[in-house]
Design a protein around this ligand. Sequence first.
Ligand code: AMP
Length: 435
Amino acid sequence: MTFDELRLIEPLLRAVRSEGYDQPTPIQEQAIPHLLDGRDLMGCAQTGTGKTAAFALPILQHLVITPRGPNPVGSGRRPIRVLVLTPTRELATQIGDSFATYGKLIPEHKVQGVPLRAIRHTVIFGGVGQSPQAQALKTGVDVVVATPGRLLDLAGQKLLDFSRLEVFVLDEADRMLDMGFLHDVRRVIALLPSKRQTLMFSATMPKDIADLAGAILRDPVRVAVAPPAATVDAVDQSVYHVAHGDKRALLHHLLGDPSITRALIFTRTKHGANKMVESLGKAHIGAQAIHGNKSQSARERALADFKRGATRILVATDIAARGIDIDGITHVINFELPNIPETYVHRIGRTARAGASGHAMSLCEPEEREFLSDIERLIRREIPVVPDHPFRSTAPAAAPRPAPQQQQRNNRGGGERRATTPQARRRRYGRNGAR
Ligand code: AMP
């Protein structure tokens, strides 16, 4: 299928072409026609599948072809017609950028000699001063992209009027749940008109999310795309068995490879990320860290430096890296293996984006062999072991888990968190492995 067959208007088609997209991704192909028809949507898809364009393009088209006048009472400014809720600042910024990118040619397009009105959006998130965000809202925007906490703050100050809202997008719903935002999400939904189009995206479907979908979607179209297999296929994976105390030395050794031009290294903790940047610095290997304890501006700077190639190595925790959309990451390095196997798939999906090839290297100490087995079971393949490297550990793996637990583990439903040994793991590593 081509974008032309998706019934998109000319300025959107041209914008998509100028981004170099040849054809729609599966989620775009499956979702866009229904969204243009005004249907609700339940999309099982994670970042990296092209889901942002899957909702931003039909939303922009709707905004253009059904213009609305300003609010008749009060300020007379344009009403908020679309709200996108997303869990992290980085995702909010990226979604805002996508609306700008895909909508950039709208004002250049004329209908009967009259140029179309530009679509305005604003991005709202915590951790920064609120006045610029409040100011943007006062001037009037069509689309608000927001994280839940700050949105509720501004709503509490009567700075947001959703009475004319038409489309609501709940992005990364499972991540909202993981981050403890579900209550806030419900409070936001309570502010919206009940007559609206609702789109919900979630990579996994734990019960709370399925319940929420049942409550807020009306006769939704269901679209599921399965990135794990695709991601896993596209990435050249390898594992290095190494003793805990040799991991740093092995990492420094590996980073000596000049073909690693842009690497994302995952650590389990914020503290671990900071320590790694320090130790790399001592070895004259430039790196920056990105995690939740850094200020917004420090995170943005680190990301921007990494994007333009000024920093070769970005060290991140899982939560901070969630949804980072940077092309050209040649290597993902798991300095520690995640205790939740799905996280491995999310991590390695940061490389090999949009058809490029990529490498994922995992450093596995004897204590982590169990995590490695879980991952291999999930992706249904063995990750090739690099047999000869200077720090090879031949220590035996930890004892295998008893069979009954194994049974329970295999029984867990699509994407639900494991039913076995979670308490022990969480005590050690925290819920998502990112303390
Ligand atoms: P997302 O899942 O929305 O984070 O998108 C992941 C990446 O895919 C982004 O870098 C997009 O720019 C890119 N992308 C989105 N749609 C397409 C497409 N149809 N063809 C190629 N790349 C795309």
